[in-house]
Design a protein. Structure first.
Length: 89
């Protein structure tokens, strides 16, 4: 879905990317026995994954960047094609 929206609605592309990464973080937490609930905040889940050494370096940074950009896209209608493109790679 993110790729479909990239050219015409980059804001929606970022929202879809964030949704994908949220599910990926939930699955990662579940696979290592750290899943709490679907109601847990993404920042809390990412913090716990980092503290337990599951997310490191660039992967941890990318998760947080997508979380922040997704928040901006959702709440402030932010996001352009260049932001969306840089997070798809």
């Amino acid at each position: 879905m993110a790729e479909r929206y990239f050219a015409d609605v980059p804001n929606t592309c970022l929202i879809k990317l964030r949704q994908f990464w949220e599910i990926l973080a939930q699955l990662t937490a579940a696979n290592v026995g750290l899943y709490v609930s679907p109601d847990e905040s993404q920042v809390g889940r990412l913090r716990r994954l980092r503290e337990r050494g599951v997310l490191k370096g660039d992967v941890d940074r990318l998760f947080h960047e997508l979380r922040k950009m997704g928040n901006a896209a959702t709440h402030a209608l932010a996001g352009d094609k260049w932001s969306a493109l840089s997070k798809q790679s």
